[in-house]
Design a protein around this ligand. Sequence first.
Ligand code: DGL
Length: 265
Amino acid sequence: MPASPTILVFDSGLGGLTVLREIVKARPDAGYVYVADDAFFPYGQHGEDALIARVVPLIGELIAAHRPDLVVIACNTASTLVLSHLRAAYKVPFVGTVPAIKPACAASRTKRVSVLGTSGTVKREYTRALIRDFAQACKVTLVGSAHLAALAEAALAGASVGDAQILAEIAPCFVDDGGARTDAVVLACTHFPLLLDRLVALAPWPVDWIDPAPAIARRVANLLGGGVGGAAGAPREARLIFTSGRRHPASGALLPFFGSQVAAA
Ligand code: DGL
């Protein structure tokens, strides 16, 4: 690995910024290319074949164009489906983002855990296998949200998003079966931590919201080896690319995710 590696972070939209900001904290010395495939957003609404056919060649083009040392698929909907295809097709190391079911179930005291993802992620065999392997004694409720990723994008762009809209998406996570109540909700879509303050405020009762982004950043730092850790700061270079070619209407709002430096491309 070069002393100052280039890391490509990929998502269907801006949700992957919640993963990027943790990686930037761990490796502020690296160069970053963030790609939002907004031309195909939302991934949660596409069938599996369509998503594989879209993402695998697109990542190949991005690797050829940007020559990253490591690629982070900062999207559960894509990672739970295409990671094995990407690893078979390209030599660069990949780090994925998959539902944090194991740590959530290990931490739950009531043994009632909900997994809040896109409709695509909760349907995946990959997600079902994580539950079979790691739920232990927990009852796991899968909640596929059709609209929360788009609401998070809208809020980040400065639009007002009503409490009722958010509550309708998260309400099925809160299960009280008479014996016990949900005490942990896995944020199984990288868009959802963008709304974390609202989720905490609107929750019918307090729960732990499990965001895997810090663990993903640690994995990236381990794979890269060496380098600078801990200190916050602006990265060597940071680019933001939308596959639609658009510019984000509130790009100032995006600066903190990049350690305060970003060049739109
Ligand atoms: N950010 C993506 C994820 O982690 C999904 C949003 C979408 O539906 O495109 O699953």
